[in-house]
Design a protein around this ligand. Structure first.
Ligand code: GDP
Ligand code: CA
Length: 387
């Protein structure tokens, strides 16, 4: 159905449950997931993420070897997802392949009364040629007049890089949310300008926020993921991540049907904990992936024991997973044994990575330019065809 016109006014929405950055349990917002192992050691915590522990029998792929996929579904965070998708788009350009992107909204934050969806915007701007290339997030030719003015007033927070061009997107999103549109509708409307060439769907239209439990001189508390990531640069160790309100959420319209109908499902090299891991916490998504007839191929975000960009190592250590292609492979697990993956791409420096039931292939995984990203995406498609 058609994207709503941006300026159209409809009555105000019912209020949505909104969570502040206090501990969700302390506010009685429903319980955190009920993993018994949470209090014990890191080793136990490794087994803890609830999206890993229920075994659903794998099904045979309905995707015929040698056939080019007509529909590809990917989950995606921000920069790692977006750069991979750019390569994927160029790979399928001469085919009539539909790409559906299920975007992480756990990073969403409300600042200055504006609803910001950093990962959805990174995908939209990157695929729509509006991204700041070097940074990998935010708009190209950005200016920061509003941020400077807010700073002059002493208004907090000052650590979030809100650019003037970017603010326009957030104003529209906020205005439409206040008018009763869903995040799916709004994303579609915003994409009408950017033409990303993929169907970009938020993982859920329910408000979900990733919060991080930390302990520092101010005590033990939960803070918003963005505060930990940007302001603290993930320097204070995370004790755990909680996707607040995820247990009450449902996948956005189109998410489950896209997974069910996909010929191929790809996990790009997005952050396995706070991007892919958060999407998997929306009830129904992980089960749909496990039951999908399409093969699932993942790309390692870790090359030679370090994330390529960002601080995914700090996220992985918080859940007791080693920062390695092997560690992330084990975290996702083999679909044949109740996990997610049929195939896994690693960089040649990580050759030797293996897990029973997963077809592992090595090729250079640095997405230094479009050509490199396309080669990685092409290898993922090829591996999917073979499985
Ligand atoms: P974010 O939401 O902006 O942090 O982006 P994502 O979650 O989509 O991706 C972050 C992950 O992308 C990080 O863990 C990086 O290691 C990974 N990444 C970034 N650039 C590359 C690259 O060139 N190659 C690979 N393999 N991973 C990358
Ligand atoms: Ca993100």
């Amino acid at each position: 159905h058609r994207a709503p016109a941006l300026a159209r006014k409809v009555p105000r929405a019912r209020s949505v449950p909104v969570h502040s950055s206090t501990a969700p349990s302390a506010r009685g917002r429903g319980k955190l997931h009920a993993c018994k192992s949470q209090k014990s050691s890191l080793r136990a915590a490794k087994l803890c993420p609830c999206w890993l522990d229920s075994a659903v029998p794998p099904v045979n792929s309905g995707f015929n070897p040698g056939e080019f996929p007509r529909s590809i579904v990917t989950l995606a965070g921000g920069i790692g997802g977006a750069r991979f998708l750019r390569g994927l788009k160029s790979c399928v350009a001469s085919h009539q392949t539909e790409i559906t992107v299920i975007g992480n909204t756990g990073d969403d934050i409300e600042l200055f009364g504006l609803h910001i969806s950093p990962d959805l915007d990174t995908v939209m701007y990157t695929l729509g040629n509006g991204i700041h290339e070097e940074q990998g997030w935010g708009r190209q030719e950005e200016t920061f007049v509003v941020r400077e003015e807010l700073k002059a007033y002493g208004i907090e927070p000052q650590w979030f890089g809100l650019g003037d061009r970017d603010i326009a997107t957030h104003i529209i999103r906020t205005q439409m949310l206040n008018s009763g549109y869903t995040l799916s509708d709004i994303t579609k409307a915003l994409c009408a300008r950017w033409n990303p060439g993929v169907q970009l769907i938020p993982m859920s239209n329910d408000r979900i926020e990733t919060h991080v439990e930390i302990e520092d001189e101010d005590g033990r508390r939960f803070i918003h993921f963005q505060e930990w990531w940007i302001k603290m640069r993930a320097q204070t160790p995370a004790m755990r991540f909680v996707a607040v309100n995820s247990e009450n959420s449902t996948p956005a319209p189109g998410v489950i049907s896209a997974i069910n109908q996909a010929d191929l499902i790809l996990l790009p090299p997005s952050n396995p904990v706070v991007s892919i891991g958060t999407i998997l916490q929306v009830p129904g998504i992980r089960t749909a992936l496990l039951q999908a007839s399409a093969p699932i191929i993942g790309v390692s975000p870790i090359i030679g024991d370090a994330p390529v960009r960002g601080m995914a190592d700090a996220c992985l250590s918080a859940i007791g997973v080693s920062t390695s292609a092997q560690g992330v492979l084990e975290l996702y697990g083999a679909r044949k044994h109740g996990g997610l993956l049929d195939g896994w791409l690693v960089d040649p420096v990580d050759q030797g990575t293996q897990l029973a039931g997963v077809d592992v292939q090595a090729l250079p995984l640095l997405m230094s330019d479009l050509e490199a990203s396309a080669a990685i995406a092409g290898a993922a498609i090829e591996l999917g065809c073979r499985i």
